[in-house]
Ligand binder design. Sequence first.
Ligand code: ADP
Length: 481
Amino acid sequence: MGDALPFFGNIIDGVEVEAVDGARMQSVDPYTREPWAEVPLGGQADAQLAIAAARRAFDEGEWPRMGFEKRHAILHRWAALMIEHTDELAMADARDMGKPLAQARHDVARSAWNVRFFADHALVTPAETYPMDSGHHAYSRFDPAGVVTAITPWNFPLMMASWKVSPALAWGNTVVLKPAEDTPTSAVIWARLALEAGMPAGVLNVVHGLGPDSTGQALTESPDVDRITFTGESGTGKIISKAAAGNLIPVSLELGGKGANVVFADADLDNAVSWSIQAIFRNAGQVCLAGSRLYVQREIYNEFLDRFVAAAEAMKLGDPKVEGTEFSVLASKEHFDKVSGYLDTVELDGGKILTGGLGEGWQVRPTVIVNAPADARVCREEIFGPVVVVHPSDTEDEVVALANDTRYVLNAMLFTENLSRAHRVAAKLKAGTVWVNCFFIRDLRAPFGGVGDSGVGREGGSFSREFFTEPKAVVMQISKD
Ligand code: ADP
């Protein structure tokens, strides 16, 4: 039976291969609940082969040495091929995780933009020079760090991979990418396109497998790796951080979130409702940035809630592969069990489900909860699903305190038409990113990341350069006087 399914191999040293021991695993389409593709079930040996290929490509290959312009040309050819293969890439993510096709296509466009942006950024970013009064001249070089391990989650498979891999490659590193086991296929298509674009063998390697005692663990514990960039759960981030400490290498961690979304009475209500819906129900809420705690000022609470619930109920639910579907199923049975488990706690903890609940198959419909006390599990823990808790709020100081009362410090949203309030509250919110009157808009030059249970470090523009390079100071004597 398995032979009938399309196969997406490991890509090691430019060749698409089976796992060393021939083992395979299946990717299940969460909408049909049937396997649709097979990939290698890699292990430690596969990870070691991939690291060795990346090491050779870095230590002896042309990629770190070819210069920014040649790399830029290859990266741009790659981005163009991604756009040409939009449907294939988007369908891979749609089938692997139930992402509606329109959103998956949007992710492909943003992923191609990641590749182009970081290629351009590396090309035009100047090194720093420091003329010195002492008759010396100092300058910085930003040399590639070496071999990068990139471990990515299943919620934005291609987009997260491109967000990490693009700056690493643009700065001249080589990479081993491990996609999440639930969403393995788009990374393979992407790596095939890299070879077609002229990227040398061994520069981008892809290995499939699991985390503990598998490829994930091997890729984070290897002494031949120079950087680890990871996006995933906070608990996994702590394990990976320990592994990185074992080799004293820098690690960048983008972890969970419990984003506050603060709507003031002077907000543009249409705009606030529409972005607040996006903030929690886009990608079925499987977004670390989701606005899962919604605080609405009391004067407009009832009107906002009526409109918000109506918009949630109007979403077009269905097959992710059908045009027009806005909302589908959760990414896996395991994740469906986790999210639906939270729904069971709502009434026990004193809250009420206003709309939503279980849908067909592995679906949790857009769910709105009210009356939940601040210590309810749905208010404190990251659900990572289409579940929002709405609270009325009164003063600015009170809502800032409520918004900041979380272990996750990743992002927040605020809606107001009052310019001074927008800046004042944005400054007070504990967050790596604050969106004012919008959500999810990114400028790739800006820092992205969080602290607390949300991670360590920032990526984006020159923040990615800091992480993926070894800065070196060169000090020259230019005058002997
Ligand atoms: P989820 O399973 O919800 O996607 P995880 O944080 O567990 O969230 O997984 C994100 C990525 O981290 C996946 O690619 C997974 O295989 C990988 N992973 C999980 N555990 C480990 C580990 N101990 N070491 C390295 N990678 C891991």
